[in-house]
Design a protein around this ligand. Structure first.
Ligand code: SAM
Ligand code: DTB
Ligand code: SF4
Length: 336
């Protein structure tokens, strides 16, 4: 699928029904349309981050009401991972509010990765920028995914973050790729960017080579005390249908990637989430909390899945995509 910024913009401008139909077709070509992958998040180190990301509750430069804590002990992490597995998650994602880990930070995280993996869960971490050799250490510990978002279009990035650059993000992503770890890379919608910039952002995600296996699309959670909460006017907030369009365009240009309906679900109606799944989202964060903000919670999501006939996905990414492509499965819309 060609995906220049102009081509993605043309997708975003399609009549809504045509856009969703194309997204459904792309989705059904590569995935079971009624299965959604579940990852549970845990903030293993919260707050006091040196970076100035304008959306984030965890920057030491913003006055937000969060409870900071240093790196969690291994036993607590394992208790949370066990609970996540029991409630049905297939992946456990550990996030730390660092610019990047020092070696003394990384060593205990390697243990967490080894032991969570030994429980039979897929592992993901998001630790900020990586230095030479660190991705390799994570790969040797058995890490499955590294989350590192481009967050927005390259030409809008400096409006959101000044303490590191878009180029820095790309450098870490290539270290992760070179170490053989799956890449989880997406961003945030609703930070005051234009539709043109949203199209450019999606096009830039699709131009990563190889493309990311997992693409989280977060709807901005406005956190009191963050610069974005102060500066965004009501008019700049993204319209829910524009958010669905963004999911659909992402599905079309990244047809073999998991598209994760990420932050912002707590403020969405069931109908809006259903539209996002219809537009091709096939992965969510599952559990009561994201990093510092609320998520719908297991009981609510189980009820929503039941209402929609969605089942949690058991297969790993490589199994899903390769199997469907090899067998040429293309479920027609009527066949269910
Ligand atoms: N420090 C690491 C980093 O910057 O990559 C990892 C943690 S960071 C919180 C992970 C991602 O969460 C960000 O890149 C952003 O996409 C998302 N995120 C953070 N705060 C958010 C918010 N208020 N609303 C929506 N997404 C948010
Ligand atoms: C991602 O793209 N979204 C997740 C995960 N990667 C680490 C984080 C969302 C954070 C939402 C705001 C918060 O809870 O602090
Ligand atoms: Fe720090 Fe990551 Fe938050 Fe930026 S997004 S302030 S790097 S924790």
């Amino acid at each position: 699928m060609a995906s220049s910024p102009a081509q993605v913009q043309a997708l975003l401008a399609l009549p809504f029904n045509d856009l969703i139909f194309q997204a459904q077709q792309a989705h059904r070509l590569h995935f079971d349309p009624n299965a959604v992958q579940l990852s549970t998040l845990l903030s293993i180190k919260t707050g006091k981050c040196s970076e100035d990301c304008a959306y984030c509750s965890q920057s030491a430069r913003h006055e937000t009401e969060i409870e900071d804590h240093e790196l969690m002990p291994l036993a607590e992490v394992l208790t949370a991972a066990r609970a996540a597995k029991e409630s049905g998650a297939s992946r456990f994602c550990m996030g730390a509010a660092w610019r990047g880990p020092k070696q003394k930070d990384l060593t205990p995280v390697l243990d967490m990765v080894r032991q969570v993996k030994a429980m039979g869960l897929e592992t993901c971490v998001t630790l900020g920028m990586l230095k030479e050799g660190q991705a390799q250490q994570l790969a040797e510990a058995g890490l499955d995914y590294y989350n590192h978002n481009l967050d927005t279009a390259s030409d809008y990035y400096d409006n959101i973050v000044t303490s590191h650059s878009y180029e820095d993000r790309l450098t870490t992503l290539s270290k992760v790729r070179d170490a053989g770890i799956n890449v989880c890379c997406g961003g945030i919608v609703g930070m005051g960017e234009s539709r043109e910039q949203r199209a450019k952002f999606i096009s830039e995600l699709a131009s990563l080579d190889p493309v990311p296996e997992s693409v989280p699309i977060n709807l901005l959670v406005r956190i009191p005390g963050t610069p974005l909460d102060k500066s965004l006017t009501g008019a700049e907030q993204v319209d829910p249908l524009e958010f669905v369009r963004t999911i659909a365009a992402t599905r079309i240009v990244l047809p073999t990637s998991f598209v994760r309906l990420s932050a912002g679900r707590s403020e969405m109606t069931d109908s809006l989430q259903a539209l996002c799944f219809f537009a091709g989202a096939n992965s969510i964060f599952y559990g009561d909390e994201l990093l510092t903000t609320d998520n719908p919670g297991v009981a609510k999501d189980q009820a929503l899945f039941k209402a929609l006939g969605i089942t949690p996905m058991k297969k790993k990414h490589s199994e899903t995509v390769v199997t469907n492509l090899q067998s040429g499965i293309h479920r027609p819309l009527t066949a269910g």
